[in-house]
Every structure is written in structure tokens, then in C-alpha cells.
Design a protein around this ligand. Structure first.
Ligand SMILES: Cc1cc2nc3c(=O)[nH]c(=O)nc-3n(C[C@H](O)[C@H](O)[C@H](O)COP(=O)(O)O)c2cc1C
Length: 482
């Protein structure tokens, strides 16, 4: 007999994987199987703009745009970025504007449209559930991105990397096309400065007369009972469920609790303090899914035994045929895995967010110090820039991976904060086969992230050594009796 929690949602969530690793083809394949397919909402403005500049292979973006509820807005995005036949090989992508507390109208429209497109395509042609994943650390696009996803009928919004307390209220307001003021953290701001917000006015963007939207379910991705309990305790903030993610998961991980602890290689060290009391999570009475090495048949059984509705899985899907990871990188990872030489470490320095980030060590990528040292530092995407108060009281934006002299000398960033940081914006777009090519011929190198557990990848790649494996085969494997 399934327990009550098992009836509360899908058993398998294909986790959001940015940038564009969980793009619409992957989420669509998973959702078509009846499980939850999740598109990554990270940096979709750049992803959509670059796909259009590649000539929109297959015509998918334009197909989605034809259904956008405000045709004039869709037209403007097309007119700005679409290049028939694609830009010539080796030429630069046109940039997209960077986010600020007062984003330009063009950028607001692009964000709404890009998130609409991704969800629309993921939902196309089947009735399965589709979610979108956001990172709390990337704050400025959030209201526009949520609104675009909701216009396309997104079923779930999932958010990790921070406290998502405002999200349920935000989604309720956007469902009624109400204007919102989304609170944003400004480094160095004091209470005297008052709250900082980014404002989104749906009716100013799309006009009036739109029918109310369905409010998606909201799932908070947490790594502690404290945060889960605090959110559950307030009806205004309460999510519809949790993903409880452990430190073996791919992507960003929550730092260890308590004082900073590292091993000799600089990796974060987790101990009992970081173990999540699953009975306490279950006692909150909301559905939950477990993530981080649960992407295999035994993992699902362990999760169900702990009272979870199911599991959230990333790594096994990241190397499937439908994932957006560049094919040559998938092949490189699978070859290293077969040779027994694949190394994934947790790196506390790499990500400008300050969170530990899982890095797959692959030749030719930014995991290689020499490749990193050769990269001319440039900040031209800016999704990980943080607003900060300047000494004059103005608000500016900085990222510890931007050119060091700008970050430290001009923007007052701390030197120790810049050491070892990688430009994840450029590296993750490159990993998704959308690398920027500089005028001097330099091509932005990729960086690949993955979790620690490759058991399902090994199993499925072994079963399909020539063709690779599909997302559907991942789902079937996880749901198999083991
Ligand atoms: C390539 C990759 C990218 C990821 N990117 C994100 C992300 O953008 N946001 C997020 O919340 N989680 C991200 N994750 C975490 C997954 O959504 C999922 O929770 C995790 O991979 C589960 O653990 P597993 O890797 O052991 O399956 C990423 C994971 C991978 C492998």
C-alpha cells in the first residue's frame, strides 16, 4: 500500500540543472513518462538569445513564441536576437543586458519570454508535469522569470541555494498579474537604507485583460530541518513540499554547518551536524523528496522507507541523450568513467556564490588550472553579480570572478574572496554547447559539474555502450525493483 506521502506527487523529480543541462528536451522526455521534468531557469535570457542567434535550429523557439500571449513583446525579442541561418561560425554572440535593481524594459521582456519558451516547449505534446528550478542566490531575474514560466502553465517552481521564504507570496501575486516588489540583498546595506527590491509589474509588461494564471506548487530545496521547519511554521511562507539535498549532489551544495572545515585538498568536510533528521522532516507533514546519491533503484527504496514521496535526481540525467550538456563533454565523462579515471571533487573556491560546487575534472575545461590561467577575465553576462552599497551610498554590482583589478580596486571586493573563482556564467553556457567566441578567436572553456554517485550512469552506459541512454531509461531504471 502506498503511504499518503507517496500520493502527493511524482516519485522521480529530474532535478533542475543549470545552465541548460536540464533544458526543455530533457524535462519534456521525463515529463512525458509521467514523472516531474524540471527545466533550469538559470540564465535563460542568454540561452534563448543565443539559440535565436544560432538561427533557432528546428524552429522550436519561434514555435513557442507564436503562442506567447503578447505578440508584440515576442516580436521585439525576435527582432533583436533572431538571425536567419545563424551567425557565421566563429563570430561573437550579441550580449544580453545585465541585471540591475532597475532592469531595462528589454531585459524584463526577454526574461519573461525566455522562461515562457522553455516551459512551453517542455510541456508541448503531453500531459505530464513540468517544473522550473531557480537559485535564490540569483535574485534579480526571479519575478520576471517566474511570471514567464507561469504564463506557459508551469506546474512546479523549485528553488535552492538560499532561503525562499518570499516565493509562495510572489507566485500568488503573479498568478493574479499583481505588481510585486521582490526583496533583494544588497551587500553593505544597513537598516537605514531601507529594503531593496526589484519591481515587476505584469500588466505594465503585457497589458490588461489577462485571465488569472494557475499558481504552481512551490518546492523548497533545503539542506536542514531548521529552514524547512521555519518555512512550514508560517502559512504565508509554507511551501508545498521539500527537496532535502545532501552534499553528494551535483551542482552547488550547502556548506557544512558550524565553522569552516576543509580536508587537505580544500574540500568541505561534512559530519553528523550536517545529517538531516528525516523523521523531523516527515513530521512537518508535507511531501518531500531526497536528493544526492538517490538516483538508483535502492535510493528510491531508501527514500520511500524514510517517508519521502520520492527522489530528486540530477547526475544520472545529466549524461542522458536528451540533456543539454555538449555531446563531446558527455562522451569525455563516459570515457573517463569507463576507464576508472573520472574524478569529481567539491570545490569551495570555484563558484562566485561562495557555496561549494562539484567539479568534474576533465582536460580542456576550467577544472584544469592551466586552462583557467589562460582565460582572459571578463564579466559580460553578470548573472552572479551581487548588488552592493558603494561608499557614496549608490548601488553597484560585482562578482568575485570578474577582472581582479575591477573587483578589488574599483569595487572594494576582498582579495581572498576573488582567489580561485571561475566565471561560471561563461563556463556553464559553454558546457551547454553555447560558448562565447571572442573577437580574437578565443573560445570560452566549459566547466562540468556532477554528483558523487555514478552508479546509475555506469549501469545504463554499460547497457547502451554505443547509442548512449535516454532519460526514459533513467526513469525506468530508478523505478525498477532493483
Ligand atoms: C549538471 C548538474 C547541474 C545542476 N544544477 C543545479 C541547479 O542549477 N539548481 C539546483 O537547484 N540544483 C542543481 N543541481 C542539483 C540537481 O538538481 C539534483 O538535486 C542533484 O543532482 C541530485 O543529486 P545527484 O546528482 O546525486 O542525482 C545540478 C546537478 C547536476 C548534476
Amino acid at each position: 500500500m502506498p503511504n499518503a506521502a507517496a500520493l502527493a506527487g511524482p516519485q522521480v523529480i529530474q532535478g533542475g540543472m543549470g545552465v541548460a543541462v536540464s533544458g526543455w528536451p530533457l524535462a519534456r522526455a521525463v515529463a512525458s513518462s509521467g514523472q516531474l521534468g524540471v527545466v533550469s531557469g538559470t540564465a535563460l535570457e542568454a540561452v534563448c538569445a543565443r539559440r535565436l542567434q544560432q538561427g533557432d535550429p528546428g524552429g522550436h523557439v519561434r514555435r513557442a513564441l507564436a503562442s506567447f500571449p503578447a505578440p508584440a513583446v515576442a516580436e521585439r525579442v525576435l527582432a533583436t536576437y533572431y538571425v536567419e541561418g545563424g551567425i557565421p561560425a566563429g563570430s561573437m554572440f550579441r550580449g544580453v543586458p545585465m541585471w540591475t535593481l532597475r532592469p531595462s524594459r528589454d531585459l524584463q521582456e526577454l526574461a519573461v519570454v525566455a522562461n515562457f519558451v522553455e516551459v512551453f516547449l517542455a510541456k508541448d505534446g503531453h500531459g505530464g508535469p513540468v517544473g522550473i528550478n531557480f537559485l535564490r542566490k540569483i535574485e534579480l531575474p526571479t519575478p520576471f522569470a517566474c511570471y514567464g514560466a507561469m504564463l506557459a502553465g508551469v506546474d512546479y517552481v523549485l528553488m535552492g541555494a538560499g532561503n525562499p521564504a518570499e516565493m509562495p507570496g510572489l507566485l500568488r501575486a503573479l498568478a493574479e498579474h499583481r505588481p510585486v516588489a521582490f526583496a533583494v540583498k544588497v551587500q553593505g546595506a544597513t537598516s537605514a537604507d531601507g529594503p531593496s527590491v526589484v519591481r515587476c509589474s505584469p500588466r505594465a509588461l503585457l497589458g490588461t485583460g489577462l485571465a488569472p494564471l494557475r499558481c504552481p506548487r512551490f518546492v523548497a530545496i533545503v539542506a536542514s530541518v531548521d529552514l524547512a521547519a521555519a518555512l512550514a511554521g508560517d502559512p504565508e511562507l509554507r511551501p508545498d513540499g521539500y527537496v532535502v539535498e545532501g552534499p553528494s549532489a551535483g551542482g552547488h551544495n550547502a556548506p557544512p554547518r558550524g565553522p569552516r572545515r576543509t580536508n587537505p585538498d580544500g574540500e568541505p568536510v561534512y559530519d553528523d551536524r550536517d545529517a538531516v533528521d528525516l523523521a523531523a522532516i516527515a513530521a512537518l507533514g508535507l511531501p518531500f523528496w531526497l536528493a544526492g546519491s538517490y538516483g538508483n533503484p535502492e535510493g528510491l527504496q531508501r527514500a520511500l522507507a524514510a517517508g519521502a514521496t520520492g527522489v530528486q535526481v540530477g547526475t544520472a540525467f545529466a549524461f542522458s541523450a536528451e540533456s543539454g550538456l555538449a555531446n563531446e563533454l558527455k562522451a569525455q565523462v563516459l570515457a573517463e568513467l569507463a576507464a576508472g579515471s573520472l574524478r569529481v571533487t567539491s570545490d569551495w573556491r570555484v563558484s562566485p556564490t561562495g557555496f561549494p560546487f562539484k567539479v568534474a575534472h576533465l582536460d580542456g575545461t576550467l577544472s584544469d588550472e592551466a586552462v583557467h590561467d589562460r582565460r582572459p577575465k571578463v564579466c559580460d553576462l553578470g548573472f552572479l553579480r551581487s548588488p552592493y552599497r558603494t561608499p557614496t551610498g549608490a548601488v553597484d554590482y560585482r562578482c568575485p570572478a570578474e577582472p581582479t583589478r575591477v573587483y578589488i580596486t574599483r569595487k572594494g571586493g576582498r582579495e581572498q574572496n576573488a582567489a580561485g573563482r571561475r566565471c561560471l556564467c561563461n563556463a556553464l553556457l559553454a558546457a551547454a554547447a553555447l560558448p562565447q567566441q571572442r573577437r580574437n578567436g578565443y573560445r570560452e572553456p566549459a566547466l562540468v559539474t556532477a554528483g558523487d554517485d555514478f552508479s546509475a550512469v555506469r549501469h545504463l552506459a554499460g547497457e547502451h555502450p554505443d547509442s548512449g541512454y535516454t532519460a526514459r531509461e533513467v526513469v525506468d531504471h530508478i523505478l525498477s525493483p532493483g
